[in-house]
Structure formats: C-alpha cells, structure tokens
Design a protein around this ligand. Structure first.
Ligand code: ADP
Ligand code: MG
Ligand code: ZN
Length: 636
C-alpha cells in the first residue's frame, strides 16, 4: 500500500515542487514573481514532460531550465544554443547563483573541451551549454551516451525551422541525441519566441517531441508603440531617422538605447556614416566585421557608451538590453517574425518605447532578391507577403502581429493605426470630397461656351462697363437670385438668365481668361470691376434696353451680323439647349463646323440635311425636324 503513494511524480511530489518553486525563485534568482508562462513550463519540465515554451523575447525563457537545474541536484541539463557569444556570460551568471555550469564550443581548445565533458560525465556540472555543431560532432555524441541527463534544452528552437527567420541546418539533427541515448526518458524543453503554427509544428516534429506541454504567452506588448512610415526616397528616410533620434542628439543625456536595423551591410555602413556625420554617438554591427571589432562594438553598446547601434539582423539574438527605447527598421526585414523579434527588443523594461518600420516598395524587392539567393530558402515571397500586409493594412499593428502568431487581442490603442486611424479616415474622406469638389468645379469651369454665349457676356460688359465684378456678372447671366444679385436688382436686368443652364463657374473662368488676355480690363483694386477696352467711358444706365442690339451698335470692330451668322447663332443656341437637356457635351450634338455648313446650305428637308457633311442618320432622326423648323423661317 505504501509503495503506491511513493510515486516520484505523484500528487505529493508535485505539491512539494510547487510550494518550493517560489522560494527557489526568490532565494536562487532573487525574483519574487514568476512571469507569465514560466511556472507552467517549469512544472511541466519537472514532471518530466516534453515542453515547448513560446514566450516573447525577454519573457525569461532561460529561467525555465535554470530553476529546475537549481532544484534538482545530480543530473545534467544540456542546453543547445546557437548563441556562442553569450555562453560565457550565461555560464558565469549561473555560477554566480551557485549552479555548477560550463560551456563547450569552438572558442575553446580540444583539452578544455575534453576536461569539461569529463566533468559533465562525472556529474560535477549541472548545466552544460553547447553549440549545435559541438552537440552533433562525433566526439560529443560518444560522450553524450555517458551523460545522466535531467533535460535536453533547445534554446532558440525556431532555428529548427526553415520557416523561422534563423534557420540552422544542424538543428534538424538534434532529434538524434535522444534517439541514441541509452536512457532516453529525459524531457526535451524547446524555447522560442516564434510561434507561427508552421514553426511550432516543425519544432515539435523535428525534435521528436512527444505530446509536449505547449506554453504560449501573449505577444501583446502594451508598452510598445508600433508605427510604419512610408518614405518616398532614401533621402526621406535619412530625414525621418534623424527626427526619430532627436533625443540622442544631445550626447550628454542618456535617453536609453536605439537600434537601427538595415537589411544589407552596405546600407548599414551608409546609415552609420550618416549618423556619424550628424554627430551621433553610434556603432555598427554586421557579419562583415571582424570578431574583435564586433565584440568591441557590442561592449560599447552594452555599457551604454555608444547608445545607438546600426546593425543587420546579425545583431540581437540574446543580446538584449532592457532600455532600448527605439527600434527602427530602415529597410523591411525578411519576415514578420523577424520583425516582431527585432522590434520586440524595444522596451523590455516595460517602459514606453517605439518601433518604427520604414516601408518602401524598393526595399521589398531587395529582400525578395536576397531571399531568392539563399538556395536553401523557400517561401521568401510568402514571408514578405505578411510584411507587405502589415504595412498596408489599416488594422492595429499589434492586432496584426499577434494574429500572425495565432493570438487574438483587442486593438492596442497606441500604434499609429489606433491613434491616427480616426484622423486618417477623416482626412482621406475629407480629401476625397475636397478633391471631388475641386474636380467638379474644374469641370464646370471647363464648360465650353459658344460664340453666342461669349458675345452675350461681352454685351453685358458693354452695357455695364466697370460696374460689376465677375461674380455678379456670372450670377446675373446664369439667372441666380442670390443676395448680391438682388441687392443690385439684377434679377430685373434683361441679361438675367440669358445664359440659363450654363455653369456660373464657366462664365467666371471666361472672364478671368479675358482679364489675363487683356481683352477685359479691371477697374478698382478692392472691388475689381470689369469693362471692355473700348467701352470704358460709355457709362450706360440703359439697363432696360435690349442688349443684343446694343452689342452690335457700339463701336467695336465687329461686322453687322450676316444672315448666315444669325442662322448659325440660332442653330448654336438650339445645339447648346439640347446638349444641356440631354446632358451631353455640345460637340456630341453638333460640332461648330457642321452647324456652319448647315447654316450655309440651309437644307429644306431631312434628306437634304442628311446630305450635309457631318450629319449622320442618327442626328437627323433626333434633331432633324427641329433644325428644319429653325431653318424654315429663312427658307420661306
Ligand atoms: P528570453 O530568453 O525569454 O529572451 P531571458 O531568459 O534572457 O529572456 O530573460 C530576460 C531577463 O528577464 C533576464 O534578465 C532575467 O533575469 C529576467 N527574468 C527572468 N524571469 C524573471 C522573473 N520571474 N522576474 C524578474 N525578472 C526575470
Ligand atoms: Mg533566451
Ligand atoms: Zn494599435
């Protein structure tokens, strides 16, 4: 009976572990609370279950293996990590907590490596960090069989997946380790910040995980303000970057750190030079630099001596600083995961920080090209597709990012879309109606006036030289009854409504053109009054006289109208009236030369009319009778 209770993974055991976890966290690590996901994942590992922890960068994934390693006393936690540069630091911090730890990678010589492995076999080391290359070397595989493993940890586990942004071919072989181990009953703990469905399933199947506990915490980062800028040119980007770096301008203050990510080394160099020229304290980091220089840059950045870093994606993984206040992507990254991971380096201390993406179509082409060059890599277009969508969709940036990772959240309230969408929509709607108004107005201004209509305007001016401005003239002619028209009693003027149906704007435009051409002159500066050059002094008060006649009676160089021109005038009137009725363009009814021809020939019948050049049967059918009727006056 007793034996049944003494089950290492029984309830009693779990309770004991649970109770101890918090005090271990406090005593060994000095933290009073677990962060989201940590405790759940730790408990799963302690129960011996395969565990996949998908927690955002900075969430504290290392603790998930470190705490169990600190609790249990005699087995080895083997950690595979691609971050060779960080292994030394991580080892030292574990040692500082009293956890026997060591690392094993290509930075050490053969003897060093063998010594460490021997210690591990003897059980003198509790946490061993190894690079994937080392872990899968033949030498290591032989010794590995001797290790008494508590757990196998795969850090940055997205490196398993081609769909992750950081694919490492050796990661695909990791499953071999458990398969070859004589006592394979240890759990695999996979840690990553990348949670697309695809990467997730890839990690599980490639590592050979058995029904793992999946711990997934939120990707929502309430303290980050995401935004996208759409610079039209490289010059634009430079200007905007300088603006964004304003807080760093004064070198004496330390406003936190800033990272500027570029897609290429060339661009990294360029932006670095630019910022140097502007006097910023800035470093650069890319794979093209020597290890020594890279390390120095990294140190200067970490120590805060150089607060701004221009870098390719070679920088970042694991080198996080809590006070990154700004992450700018000067060019689009290769995927949305990469973007989230890199942008997510901002504000890890929980304080407000900004993530700005510069989106330019040309840069997408650059990325597509670079991705297509990587022969191993398929699906570059697909990855970029999401970046394009992210930049172009009018949806909360964080909602988009989280939904990409399979998480549904409410709008963040702080991204550019959340804060500007109202304003933007309003603005674009406003612009649309404004544009429509302007277009309509222009259309009206462009309305072509017939000769007769132009003459009517001139006749008005002859009749009322230097009395009115263009607005009242236009309003009167088209027959408006607005206040100013009524004030001058122009509604009683014989010209009132003579151009009924013509847009007021067309008359105004015509007057403006004439003023420009000096065909019409302006008197008075404050209230410009219009007059015709030869009619300035003839101040006529005969508002009741027939203007059509006065038009020809005055001294302007104008022949008295011939019969044909009178017929033409009438035909044009008819044409214009029809065009207005039908809402056609005038030329669609009849073009001026055709009307001229008709006026000259004065056809008496429909067939005669149809014989006129430019008059087709359709026109005859529609307008024929009217035209014959107009002509009949003269034909009789
Ligand atoms: P990740 O690997 O998820 O990016 P790390 O494991 O590097 O994150 O941890 C990030 C930082 O968070 C470290 O400085 C770590 O000490 C700290 N941290 C981890 N867990 C806690 C906790 N429960 N409370 C406070 N700080 C924590
Ligand atoms: Mg980590
Ligand atoms: Zn938002």
């Amino acid at each position: 009976m007793r034996n049944l209770i003494v089950d290492p993974f029984g309830i009693q055991e779990i309770l004991r572990v649970t109770l101890d976890l918090r005090s271990e966290l406090k005593t060994k690590f000095g933290f009073s609370e677990f962060r989201p996901g940590q405790e759940e994942a730790i408990r799963s590992v302690l129960e011996g279950k395969d565990t996949l922890a998908i927690l955002p960068t900075g969430a504290g994934k290392s603790l998930i293996y470190q705490l169990p390693a600190a609790i249990q006393t005699n087995k080895l936690t083997l950690v595979i990590s691609p971050l060779i540069a960080l292994m030394k630091d991580q080892t030292e911090s574990l040692l500082a907590k009293g956890i026997p730890a060591a690392f094993c990678n290509s930075t050490q010589d053969e003897v060093e490596q063998m010594t460490i492995l021997a210690k591990s076999v003897k059980g003198e080391i509790r946490v061993l960090l190894v690079s994937p290359e080392r872990a899968l070397s033949n030498g290591f595989l032989r010794i590995f069989r001797e290790l008494d493993l508590f757990s196998l940890v795969v850090d940055e586990a997205h490196c398993v997946s081609q769909w992750g942004h950081d694919f490492r071919p050796e990661y695909r072989q990791i499953h071999v380790l458990r398969e070859r181990h004589p006592r394979p009953n240890f759990p695999i703990l996979a840690l990553t910040a990348t949670a697309t469905e695809r990467v997730q399933t890839d990690v599980q199947s490639s590592l050979g995980m058995k029904t793992p506990t999946v711990v997934l915490s939120t990707f929502f980062r309430p303290n980050l303000k995401f935004s996208v800028k759409y610079p039209a040119a490289e010059r634009d980007k430079a200007d905007r970057l300088i603006e964004l770096l304003e807080p760093w301008k004064d070198g004496r203050k330390f406003p936190g750190r800033a990272i500027v990510y570029c897609a290429t080394r060339k661009k990294t160099d360029e932006v670095y030079d630019l910022l140097k020229d502007f006097g910023f304290s800035v470093g650069k980091y890319h794979a093209g630099r020597t290890d020594g220089i890279r390390e120095r840059t990294q140190n200067a950045y970490t120590s805060g001596k150089v607060p701004i870093l221009v870098a390719t994606n070679a920088f970042g993984m694991g080198m996080d600083q809590p006070d990154v206040r700004l992450v700018v992507h000067y060019q689009v990254p290769a995927s949305l995961e990469a973007y989230y991971q890199e942008a997510g380096r901002a504000g890890r201390d929980g304080l407000g920080s900004e993530c700005v993406l510069f989106y330019k179509a040309g840069d997408v082409a650059t990325q597509t090209f670079m991705l297509s060059k990587e022969t191993n890599f398929k699906g570059g277009d697909t990855l970029l597709k999401y970046i394009k969508e992210y930049a172009n969709k009018e949806e909360c940036r964080q909602v988009q990012l989280c939904s990409y990772f399979g998480e549904t959240i409410s709008p963040c309230g702080s991204c550019d879309i959340c804060t500007e969408i109202g304003a933007n929509l309003h603005r674009s709607k406003f612009l649309k109606t404004e544009a429509a108004k302007v277009q309509k107005k222009n259309e009206k201004r462009d309305y072509p006036l017939s000769e007769w209509e132009e003459e009517t305007i001139q006749n008005f001016l002859k009749e009322h030289p230097a009395v009115f401005g263009k607005t009242i003239i236009a309003k009167t002619l088209v027959g408006k009854r607005t206040k100013d028209v009524l004030r001058y009693r122009m509604e009683r003027n014989p010209f009132h409504g003579k151009l009924d149906g013509i847009p007021e704007e067309a008359v105004v435009a015509k007057l403006e053109t004439w003023v420009e051409q000096k065909k019409v002159l302006v008197a008075g500066a404050k209230y410009p009054k219009l007059y015709l050059p030869n009619f300035a002094k003839i101040k006529s008060k005969a508002t009741s006289s027939n203007s059509d006649e006065t038009g020809s009676s005055n001294g302007k160089v104008k022949k008295p109208p011939t019969l044909n021109s009178q017929i033409l005038k009438e035909l044009m009137n008819y044409r214009d009236r029809k065009a207005r009725q039908l809402k056609w363009k005038k030329f669609m009814v009849f073009q001026n030369p055709v009307l001229k021809r008709i006026a000259e020939r004065k056809p008496r019948s429909l067939s005669e009319l149809e014989a006129t050049k430019g008059v087709g049967p359709a026109k005859v059918e529609r307008f024929g009778n009217d035209i014959i009727e107009i002509l009949s006056k003269w034909n009789e």
